[in-house]
Design a protein around this ligand. Sequence first.
Ligand SMILES: [Zn+2]
Ligand SMILES: [Zn+2]
Length: 310
Amino acid sequence: MSNFRINFETGEQVIYSAKRAARPKDFLEKDTVDNLEYKKECPFCVGNEESTPPTIYKVGEPWIMRVVENKYPAVTMQEDQDIKGIHYVVVESNKHNCNIDKFNVEDLERLLKLYIKVSSDIYKNPDMQYVQIFKNYKREAGASLEHPHSQIIGVSFIPNNILKELDVSRDYYYGKESCIYCDEIEKELNINKRVVIENEHFVVLCPYASLYQYQTQILPKRHISSLFSLTEVEIKGLAHILKDLFERYRRNLGDIAYNMYFHCIEKEVKEYHLHIDICPRTNIHAGFEISTGAIINSVYPEDATEVLRG
Ligand SMILES: [Zn+2]
Ligand SMILES: [Zn+2]
């Protein structure tokens, strides 16, 4: 297996160094999130709604999920700023200890529909060029609060990582007249070395040049660039895949920290393909990675696939 790989979609360089690998059982740590349904000092818990900005969207009565503006926003719509933006927090559950890996399929479907509704409303603002949906789980992944939550940030520019993916996929498309991601899905399903799970509508891969240990990428089998193109059946299919995948992470690796993010654009194009990445934060990108931009990963994606298939 090649120990040096380049991510075709982003150009990122990855060195695999299996000798440094921690075996999966090294991660199997116990839950470190307090196992309480309610915590008095938590601003997202039921009864503490006054400690957050007002609810803008909610699901259920009085609520099982709600969306508020971030109390400490990274970006705002203030007129005098070069970059404008909208920063929301999605409180995913009314229970402090119910992270989305414990959700049932219906809850995951509700959450996905909430993401879609909020993103679509952000794009109605003509200044908004890009909407990022993401989740930081646990402190090592950047979360400052334990209560299950994700974030949605709309910004008045297209960030570099998206521009880079758009550039590469456009070049590929004009060379081959096909989508780089569609081709990758077909190839991966054929060789079947990095496919963790699939259903009728989605496939989960450990990407060929994964930057993070046990990183996975969820891709719709149908060519879609925008979250707004997902049909009702596909949303259900995605909820099933997320449930299965989160259970696999917990079963095989324990309660690990991770970032999950959606890469998609507002409107359909032939060359860009929606994907959702889950990046466990079990390895730290340190001096070498920061200085060179090349990443050292001690778990080959083929080995990660084996573990997550378990
Ligand atoms: Zn809470
Ligand atoms: Zn495609």
